[in-house]
Design a protein around this ligand. Structure first.
Ligand SMILES: [Ca+2]
Ligand SMILES: [Ca+2]
Ligand SMILES: [Ca+2]
Ligand SMILES: [Ca+2]
Length: 488
């Protein structure tokens, strides 16, 4: 019965294995040169974000202008000045608006947090203030990201570079301007970026900054928040510890590029990718120029990295721009069971790494198609595993034990005087009455039409035959004894 679906399962596994792809580890970064010699203004502790197919660079120590890169024309243009000195933030965009929140201003090492949320409108090229950070949870050098039109603020530092890294996680609704406090991340960190992929957000790299040595305490653990389960997991350690790295991602991997660490006086060119499902890291080709804390953003499948500081600390700044074209292919059904990863996590609550979540011999996709329970190995509680049960939704005949023993599927008692086993089996396989949820009973089969009527007449014939045989035997016996037959 299940031979064909199992064949399909094997085929699916082979197909997905062959389709599984990721950015080639031999693929080199490309310099992005403008068509008119325009360039982004050198800056660090700044941000980069894509809006409507353009890139916007904004912020950085000292007051840096808002600049827009148009990839169609290959040109940079300054579109606005900064409203004030804004640095150490990760800009996010919703529609045509850019939000800057969780930023610092002014001077090392006790940079004040900016509690206002600054919004840049890319249609009018104007700044405004829209609300504030949640009271008591103000911090800068925080990561920010958008998921389903909500803005999230993660981690950061409450005392500039003087200490105070936090694991705080907050959600901001930009339409109602209200905040919701969410569960802390497993690790406090600042000087990092967050990236959303496959209904997860990843917090990788970063550090817990304090003085006198701001670069000394990197966070090596990578934390992942799953929006289906609303839970954090510290999934794996980053191979190369660093802070101020730029983050992007596509397919099933986030990419962490560049950064700074106390053990190196120059910024790192290291680029590493992590599968967001498995937490497995691998190395990609290095940046053309090691840098930290410039800007990193996805433009389609292109991971753009630009500006930043070339040495650990604040100098020199660069205005260079490079790009890596990422392979956006996703393995949408990791375990090849016919259900997508999102269906398993978001709808059926099955194991996306296990094709047969309840280990009953039927894979998860088959169970959904059959409407059996992929998380219950005996859906109809008849004592047979779904994978060996010809009808996993219906117990054939269930006796309810008054002592609360488990229900047992039993064979009906054979009665050769009434029907043969084969006849009984045929009768029990008729469809139940539409008005009744119960299994067919003997009464049902005998009073029903068709096969039931035949059965009734057969029973009458058997009874008449038996009576005739009894009379014959008794007449014969009476004759043998030489006495008249007596009916008493
Ligand atoms: Ca699956
Ligand atoms: Ca599965
Ligand atoms: Ca199963
Ligand atoms: Ca099952």
């Amino acid at each position: 019965m299940h031979i064909f679906p199992k064949f399909l399962l094997l085929s699916t596994l082979l197909i997905f294995n062959s389709l599984s792809a990721q950015t080639a580890d031999s693929l080199a970064w490309q310099a992005v040169m403008s068509s008119d010699n325009s360039a982004v203004t050198g800056r660090h502790e700044s941000g980069l974000v894509a809006v409507n197919g353009n890139l916007y660079a904004l912020g950085g120590r000292s007051q840096r202008p808002v600049e827009r890169y148009n990839p169609a024309s290959g040109t940079w243009a300054a579109v606005a000045t900064a409203p004030l000195e804004l640095h150490h933030f990760q800009p996010v965009a919703i529609g045509h608006e850019i939000f800057v929140l969780g930023a610092f201003t002014c001077c090392f090492p006790n940079e004040p947090t900016i509690s206002d949320i600054y919004v840049f409108d890319t249609l009018t090229n104007t700044w405004s203030i829209r609300g504030q950070l949640p009271a008591g949870r103000e911090r800068g050098s925080a990561a920010a990201f958008v998921y389903e039109e909500q803005i999230y603020l993660l981690g950061g530092n409450t005392q500039g570079h003087a200490g105070g890294a936090v694991a705080w996680f907050d959600r901001y609704d930009p339409t109602t301007e209200t905040w919701v406090e969410l569960p802390d991340a497993p690790h406090a960190r600042d000087h990092f970026g967050a990236f959303v992929l496959n209904n997860r957000v990843v917090a990788a790299a970063g550090r817990q900054t304090s003085i006198p040595n701001p670069f000394a305490d990197p966070v090596i653990e990578t934390d992942v928040f799953n929006f289906f389960t609303n839970t954090w997991q510290s999934i794996s350690n980053i191979p190369t510890a660093r802070a101020g790295a730029l983050v992007g991602g596509a397919g099933d991997e986030i990419i962490v590029a560049g950064g700074e660490i106390f053990s190196s006086s120059v910024s790192l060119n290291t680029v590493e990718a992590m599968n967001v499902y498995t937490g497995v890291w691998r190395q990609l080709q290095p940046l053309m120029l090691g840098r930290h804390s410039g800007g990193g953003a996805m433009l389609g499948d292109e991971f753009h990295v630009l500006a930043g500081s070339l040495n650990t600390g604040g100098a020199p700044e660069t205005s260079t721009h490079e790009m890596l074209l990422l392979d956006a292919t996703k393995n949408t059904d990791i375990d090849g069971d016919g259900l997508s990863n999102d269906e398993e996590e978001g709808i059926h609550n099955t194991d996306l790494f296990n094709p047969d979540s309840d280990n009953d011999g039927l894979n998860d996709g088959e169970e959904i198609a059959l409407m059996s329970d992929p998380n219950n190995n005996d859906t109809d509680a008849d004592g047979l595993l779904d994978g060996v049960d010809d009808d996993p939704l219906n117990a054939l005949l269930v006796e309810v034990d008054p002592d609360n023993e488990p229900d047992v599927e039993v064979e009906p008692e054979p009665d050769p005087d009434v029907e043969t086993d084969k006849e009984l089996e045929n009768n029990l396989e008729v469809e139940p009455d539409e008005e009744s949820e119960n299994e067919p009973t003997m009464t049902d089969t005998m009073s029903g039409s068709g096969g039931g009527s035949v059965c009734w007449w057969m029973l009458c014939a058997l009874l008449v035959g038996r009576l005739a045989r009894t009379v014959t035997l008794r007449v014969n016996y009476s004759s043998y004894r030489g006495v008249n037959f007596d009916y008493d």
